[in-house]
Design a protein. Structure first.
Length: 124
């Protein structure tokens, strides 16, 4: 198994000890079979097309307490260049030019997920 990529982002807004010097860490684990994950029902057609491209890289996002909080897709946009699209289990979709910006949004929406939470998988 490949080692994950660890990135930091601003602390989620719910963090009781958040200050400007604090970081919030997310581990990104590359997904070999992204079709095994359930996608949000409200996925716009342009995003669905972008994340299905062959060069798009998909990651599962894990945070403390081994919580899988979302998916992150890195894709290239003809007009905007490199973009990151993140989804959480509640259907929140965010698309940003930097991974940490996209992850900050889903970190805030998933604060109440229990330790060990896993994303839905498609039955195969």
């Amino acid at each position: 198994m490949r080692l994950p990529i660890r990135i930091s982002t601003s602390p989620p807004s719910f963090s009781p000890t958040a200050d400007d010097d604090m970081s919030f860490y997310c581990d990104l684990r590359e997904i070999a079979d992204r079709a095994s994950y359930a996608m949000p029902d409200s996925l716009p057609a342009e995003i669905a097309e972008a994340i299905s491209r062959p060069l798009t890289v998909a990651y599962s996002v894990l945070v403390s307490e081994d919580r899988e909080i979302g998916l992150l897709f890195c894709h290239e946009d003809e007009e905007e260049g490199l973009m990151y699209c993140a989804f959480d289990p509640f259907g929140t979709i965010t698309r940003e030019p930097a991974a940490n910006e996209a992850l900050w949004t889903i970190a805030n929406t998933t604060r109440d997920l229990p330790p060990g939470h896993r994303l839905s998988r498609v039955a195969g």
